[in-house]
Structure formats: structure tokens, C-alpha cells
Ligand binder design. Structure first.
Ligand code: UD1
Length: 371
């Protein structure tokens, strides 16, 4: 029996941990999973909604950390997670993604000699001004086991001197949640409630500090949205960070004047899946949404200068357009004026079975006593 602590902290973690915990619960003789929520995200719409939508069991332990500076948040997670690990003595701690909770919990574990595995390892934007890039680099250096979503990630890790024995290419865990919930998501009423028809609207998400905390960049994006929204409604579920900076930067009136740019509260997993899965176009600065749109063949424009997920550009539907107004508009128009193309190509092992492969590796290591 392997006792495994599965760490969740922020919104993009929940859909990565849910399929792993579900798979462990199906094998109660082999795995005892615990869920620890750091509380990095705490709003009902950023956290609770995902437990319900994803059938993720309520956290066994909630650390209640909340918001703060990067240092304060990371330190608070570490201080509160350490006694949990000492008390529970897990065989493994699983951390996912690249948020502050990921590095904080991984660091606690290595210092205590508790084995830690990183799911979604090896992604690199090569942009060290991104807080997530630092979290990825450090977590991968210290974790015992690195589960990668794509083979470019393996190459990144090997190039950083990480031995092959610590790396396991298992595929993309987010796609497990996506495939599992696609049917359920069709029952969502979000489009009917908003009066939207399939293929006749765009979806926008925006929350990176480099985009929304910077007036010039935010305004360049907004100018592009003013043009695009003349063509079709743009539905914008607004992250709390973005909601705050819109007010702080004095952009509220300008946005309100852009009639077909429709701001709504953050959506739960199923409503959001329902919404983007029939969008004509998605514009985003999120990492995960680049992958989800690729898996469904929905055109995606990434409003960043780089991506840590190059496979979504090579094999998927993603185009990295940056934040130049003209470039965003011209790429959007190319898509809107072109044929609707649903020629979906799934990157290798984005097949809905990543959780099973992760469990198989953990079991194999236990049986062979290799790590
Ligand atoms: C975090 C992750 C980012 C991920 C994003 C998804 C890090 C470094 N960043 O960024 O990788 O893409 O989550 O959402 O870990 N807030 C609320 N309610 C909440 C959560 C946050 O109001 O439930 C507000 C707070 O004012 C907070 C701000 O949003 O200060 C930012 O939250 P934080 O967790 O620090 O970073 P995110 O921008 O959400």
C-alpha cells in the first residue's frame, strides 16, 4: 500500500489531481490517497466549484494559506505543509503544475527526505520573468520523479542534467479530465443562459501579471478586442486578479463601452468546458487552455511572447501571437475568415490514460524498490 499526499493549491491544479485521486481510489489495496489543499486559491468560483465539477473528494487537510506576495505565500505553504508531512509520513507526495504551492510543497519534502513526484514536469518557456518558470525549474531539479506530458519536456530535463532514470513520459493529465467530463459538460446551460450559438462567439481569458498588471500591454490587448468584438461576441470570464487591475488601471468604463466584450465571473470546470468546446476562437494567456483547445481542435491565440507548451503549436491549434494589437487582430481575422477546421491531431499520449500510467510507474518503483 502506498500512502500518497496529492497537493492542490490553485485553480489549474484541480483538474490535474482529480483523475489521479480517482484512479487511486479505484485501487484501494494499492493506494491510500490524501488530498491537501494549500488554500492558495480560496474563492468559491476559483476553488470549491472545481471539487464538485470534477468529483474531487473534499480535502483531507486544508492549509488555508490565501493570498500574499510570492515570498509570503510560498513561505506560508511551507510552514503549514511541513507538520502535515511529518504527521502523515506519506510514501509519496505528488505535486502538479507550476504554481507557488508546487515548489513550496516539493521543497518541504526534499528537506525531510520524503519522496516527491512532479506531474507536468519539464515544460519551459525560457522566460525567467514568469514566476511559473522559476517554480518549474526548481521543482524539477529537486523532485525524485518527473512525469512529463510531452517528449520536448524530456529533452528539456535531460539538457538540464537530470538523469533519464528520474523521468517518465506519461502524457498530459489535463486531457484525462477533459475527456472524462466532455459528455457531462454538454449538459451545462451556460450558452443557453447567455444566448450564445455554437461557433458564433469567442472566449477570452487573461490573468498573467505581465499582461494585466501592465497598463500598456493591457491596453494593446484591449484595442485588439475592440476590433474583434465587432465581428463576434467575446465572452470573458474574469480572474480575480484581472478584475482588480481593471479597476486599478481605470479601464472599467472603456471595457463597458465595448458592448460585445462580455465580462462574467470565473466559471466552474464544466461550464467553462462547455463554453470553449464550441467557441469559434479562444484567446488566452493561460497554459492549460492552450492544451485543452489543442485536444479539441479549437483555434487558440496565445497572448504571450512564448509558450512552455510548444507541442500545441507544432501539433495543435495554438498560435503564439504576443500582445501587439495588429498581430492579434490579423491572426484572429485569418481564423474568422477561414474555413472551420476540426482536424484534431492529438499529441502522443494525450489520450485520457495518463493517470493510469502514473500509478503504474509508482507501483513498479515500489515493487522494484528502485527509488
Ligand atoms: C496563480 C498561479 C498561475 C496560475 C493561476 C491560475 C502562481 C505563481 N501563479 O496565479 O500560475 O495560472 O493561479 O488562476 O502560483 N485571488 C482572489 N481569489 C482567489 C485567488 C486569488 O481574489 O481565490 C486574487 C488575490 O487578490 C490574489 C490574486 O488574485 O492576490 C492573485 O492570486 P495568486 O494565487 O497569487 O496568483 P494568480 O494570479 O491567481
Amino acid at each position: 500500500m502506498l500512502k500518497v499526499i496529492n497537493v492542490v493549491g490553485a485553480r489549474p491544479n484541480f483538474m490535474k489531481v482529480a483523475p489521479i485521486v480517482a484512479a487511486m481510489k479505484q485501487r484501494p489495496t494499492d493506494f491510500l490517497p490524501l488530498v491537501v489543499h494549500t488554500g492558495q486559491h480560496y474563492d468559491a468560483s476559483m476553488s470549491d466549484a472545481f471539487f464538485t465539477d470534477l468529483d474531487l473528494p473534499q480535502p483531507d487537510i486544508h492549509l488555508g494559506v490565501g493570498s500574499g506576495s510570492h515570498a509570503a505565500q510560498t513561505a506560508a505553504v511551507m510552514e503549514r505543509f511541513e507538520p502535515v508531512v511529518l504527521n502523515e509520513k506519506p510514501d509519496w507526495v505528488l505535486v502538479v503544475g507550476d504554481v507557488n504551492s508546487t515548489i513550496a510543497c516539493a521543497l518541504v519534502c526534499v528537506k525531510l527526505g520524503i519522496k516527491v513526484a512532479h506531474v507536468e514536469a519539464g515544460l519551459r518557456s525560457r522566460d525567467r520573468t514568469m514566476p511559473e518558470e522559476i517554480n518549474r525549474l526548481l521543482t524539477d531539479q529537486i523532485a525524485d520523479l518527473l512525469f512529463t506530458p510531452s517528449q520536448d519536456a524530456d529533452q528539456n530535463l535531460l539538457a538540464e542534467g537530470i538523469p533519464q532514470t528520474r523521468i517518465s513520459f506519461v502524457g498530459n493529465i489535463m486531457i484525462d479530465s477533459l475527456f472524462k467530463n466532455l459528455e457531462r459538460a454538454r449538459l451545462s446551460k451556460i450558452k443557453a443562459d447567455m444566448g450564445l450559438s455554437d461557433g458564433e462567439y469567442a472566449v477570452l481569458t487573461l490573468h498573467r501579471p505581465s499582461n494585466v498588471d501592465n497598463r500598456e500591454t493591457f491596453e494593446r490587448i484591449l484595442t485588439a478586442l475592440e476590433t474583434i468584438s465587432v465581428r463576434l461576441p467575446v465572452i470573458f470570464p474574469v480572474h480575480p486578479r484581472t478584475r482588480k487591475t481593471i479597476a486599478e488601471l481605470g479601464l472599467t468604463d472603456r471595457i463597458a463601452a465595448t458592448k460585445k466584450l462580455r465580462l462574467i465571473d470565473p466559471l466552474g470546470y464544466l461550464d467553462f468546458l462547455n463554453l470553449y468546446s464550441t467557441a469559434r476562437l479562444v484567446l488566452t494567456d493561460s497554459g492549460g487552455i492552450q492544451e485543452e483547445t489543442t485536444a479539441l481542435g479549437i483555434p487558440c491565440l496565445t497572448l504571450r511572447e512564448n509558450t512552455e507548451r510548444p507541442i500545441t503549436v507544432e501539433l495543435g491549434t495554438n498560435v503564439v501571437v504576443g500582445t501587439d494589437t495588429q498581430r492579434i487582430v490579423s491572426e484572429a481575422m485569418t481564423i474568422l475568415e477561414g474555413p472551420v477546421n476540426r482536424d484534431v491531431r492529438h499529441p502522443p499520449l494525450w489520450d485520457g490514460h495518463t493517470a493510469e500510467r502514473i500509478l503504474a510507474v509508482l507501483r513498479e518503483l515500489q515493487l522494484s524498490d528502485k527509488l
